[in-house]
Design a protein around this ligand. Structure first.
Ligand code: NDP
Length: 617
């Protein structure tokens, strides 16, 4: 299928210096001197709704006291895939532990109306060929993803030992027994030889620390704990009929709110959308999966598609590369290819980047023009326009978000001038000096992603050898071997974004890490090893290599509007006096995803666990 280029305005119509100045001003308006401190944990009024699982009743069980080969912390994608790879490697004596009532992670907790995966499901859902499954459409509904996750857990027999509704409270390395002592809120005392930290990226909801938040007498909840008892409808049938007599406000216009707002606008008596920074929102083409297309797919198609997505979204297309994904994530490169095919391909990286830069402004202009075409009220349309570089925030697509503002019951409240909602009162909220009375405040205010590690992991104690806390150990930055292990924390593995490669398909990143970790655990167990840990020398060399080869994106981050992508625009000065932004993708491996995978494959092929100290006592 040929993927068309989009109609971006010609370069001659774009005044780049004027736009740069506009982007700078809009950014300045939003940088909050409080940085991460502008957010709080969902405590006090929220503790119940955050801690309590509204989806699955809690089952009583006896505390578990045992020795086990491994504990995998988490049952979201990363924990699930670590489990799959452990099983494939022949390691079976392990448990996934999660505070949710089932596997699923974000797809367990997030059940708000309109929830869909925002990027290509044919890439995002892992193991499609192996599972013999094809998603019903490209942007898959949340409940289909949740069901698919459970089918994977079933297929790989991960339910057998999984512990749900169980929050790990402490992890302590006991050098005497060469095991991790894992304690939980259910009184368990598990002595695990290995621990895999697959505890997620978007698992801890955060709230804006709005003055007076606890004064409000109405209903409040975070979108990751949607209350269908209050709104009416259900996860699989979100007819929010109980909102017919309710005045509702939603804070935030990120990826979550964009999906929820159309349903709220349809059902609520009145809806206020409280916006600080607009998202970029393209149209979403999402027909049912074409069975004729499925018949054409050859074995290996999913890996090929992911590789194509990686080139389109992160790396660059080469001459002759088709765009198999064909959506907003790949548009920039697709448009460049079309123009290069006409006018000639660049002969240097500088020339390529210059073209890319201009295309970025043209693409953003197209997205702003889309707002004008769909939103009737001119002032509202103006406020909904995004003024920043593409990918400063997560790109969204939705066919109903903008037109929702044409409904008489829906009001956009622009709170950018006060860097957020001014305050809450008993009856509602105050914005731009005016009090709005509401019945319910919904928080689509995001998750702890780039905040300090203890806040984002939420586990009280994690102590490696000699009682050293991981939170102190990594306070000045990650120190790892391959982004997956750290000296002083034997037999502990990390899945996520630390110091490794990253793939445009998040689940691919997690899966490859799971595969690598499973290999090490299997090797250690078959050698009768009791501990594996990076040598200081190997770790230092890796940290040096990662930093020396890093691609410097600090200027891009500095110019971006604040968000969790760039630590709310807050930079830190490191020990060398250099300004650093904490990026949500960690210190990614500069030479790229393919280079990282090649390195890991060669490392495994050598078979000698190079750089790891293997203990057998
Ligand atoms: P985000 O962090 O992206 O958005 C939070 C929103 O809350 C922003 O619009 C933010 O404004 C706003 N906000 C925060 N504080 C205030 C305040 N004091 N006053 C007014 N507004 C405020 O969270 P989301 O839940 O939307 O998305 C988080 C991530 O979850 C996504 O980026 C994505 O990775 C993932 N996700 C994935 C989906 C998928 O399909 N795969 C679907 C949905 C989410 P500002 O921008 O100004 O900070």
């Amino acid at each position: 299928m040929k993927c068309n280029t989009t109609n971006v305005p010609p370069a001659a119509e774009i005044d780049i210096p004027a736009l740069e100045e506009k982007y700078r001003q809009e950014r300045e308006l939003r940088v909050n001197p409080k940085g991460q401190k502008q957010y709080v944990k969902p405590v006090d009024d929220f503790s119940e709704s955050y801690e309590v699982d509204p989806h699955t009743p809690l089952k009583e069980r006896d505390a578990i006291v045992e020795d086990i080969d491994a504990v995998v912390l988490g049952g979201g994608w990363s924990g699930l895939l670590a489990g799959v790879h452990l099983k494939k490697a022949g390691v079976t004596n392990f448990r996934n532990i999660d505070h949710a009532g089932d596997f699923g992670g974000v797809w367990y907790w997030n059940r708000y109306p309109g929830i869909q995966c925002d990027n290509d499901g044919y890439c995002y859902l892992p193991l499609l060929e192996e599972m013999g499954y094809m998603p019903p459409k490209k942007f898959v509904d949340g409940y289909d993803i949740y069901d698919y996750i459970r089918s994977i857990a079933d297929r790989f027999n991960l339910y057998e030992k999984a512990l749900f509704h169980t929050m790990v409270s402490g992890l302590k390395w006991d050098d005497g027994i060469k095991r991790w002592r894992v304690t939980t809120n259910r009184g368990d005392e598990i002595r695990a030889r290995f621990v895999v930290m697959a505890n997620g990226l978007l698992n801890i909801p955060k709230l804006p620390a709005i003055p007076g938040i606890h004064e409000f007498k109405g209903k409040m909840f975070h979108t990751a704990r949607w209350d269908y008892d209050y709104t009416g409808g259900s996860y699989r049938n979100p007819q929010l009929d109980k909102l017919a007599d309710k005045r509702v406000a939603i804070i935030g216009t990120g990826a979550t709110a964009i999906q929820a707002v159309p349903s709220l606008g349809k059902y609520a008596k009145e809806l206020y959308v409280l916006q600080r920074t607009p998202s970029t929102i393209d149209e979403r083409t999402n027909p049912p999966t074409d069975p004729e297309w499925v018949k054409t797919l050859k074995p290996g198609w999913q890996d090929e598609r992911k590789a194509n997505f990686q080139r389109a979204a992160i790396d660059t297309f080469q001459p002759g590369d088709p765009d198999l994904i064909c959506d907003i994530w790949t548009e920039l490169n697709r448009n460049l290819v079309a123009e290069f095919d006409q006018s000639g391909w660049p002969t240097s990286p500088e020339e390529y980047l210059a073209h890319r830069n201009v295309m970025d402004f043209r693409l953003m202009e197209r997205l702003r023009q889309r707002v004008d075409a769909l939103v009737e009220d001119k002032e509202t349309a103006e406020a909904l326009k995004p003024w920043y570089r593409f990918l400063c925030k997560r790109p969204c697509s939705n066919n109903e978000f903008y037109t929702t503002f044409n409904k008489p019951n829906v009001t956009l409240v622009d709170v950018s001038a006060t860097r957020g909602v001014e305050c809450m009162t008993e009856k509602g909220f105050v914005a731009n000096g005016k009090e709005y009375e509401i019945d319910c405040m919904m928080f689509a205010s995001g998750f702890e992603v780039t905040s300090d590690l203890d806040r984002r992991w939420g586990i009280e104690t994690i102590e490696g050898r000699d009682g050293v806390s991981i939170y102190n150990h990594w306070a000045d930055g990650y120190e790892t071997l391959h982004g997956m292990m750290s000296r002083g924390f034997p037999n502990q593995f990390f899945v996520g974004f630390y110091q490794g490669g990253f793939n445009a398909t998040t689940t691919e990143t997690f899966s490859r890490q799971g595969q690598h970790i499973a290999y090490i655990i299997k090797e250690a167990l078959s050698q009768g090893a009791t501990s594996v840990e990076p040598s200081q020398e190997a770790q230092d060399a890796w940290v040096r290599h990662v930093r020396e080869t890093a691609i410097d994106i600090s200027q891009f981050q500095e110019e971006c509007t604040p968000s969790y992508f760039n630590n709310e625009g807050e930079s830190q000065v490191d020990s060398n006096g250099e300004k650093k932004f904490r990026w949500y993708l960690g210190e990614s491996y500069g030479p790229g995803w393919d280079a990282f995978q090649k390195l890991m494959q060669e490392w495994r092929d050598k078979g000698d666990l190079e750089g790891l100290v293997v203990g057998k006592d």
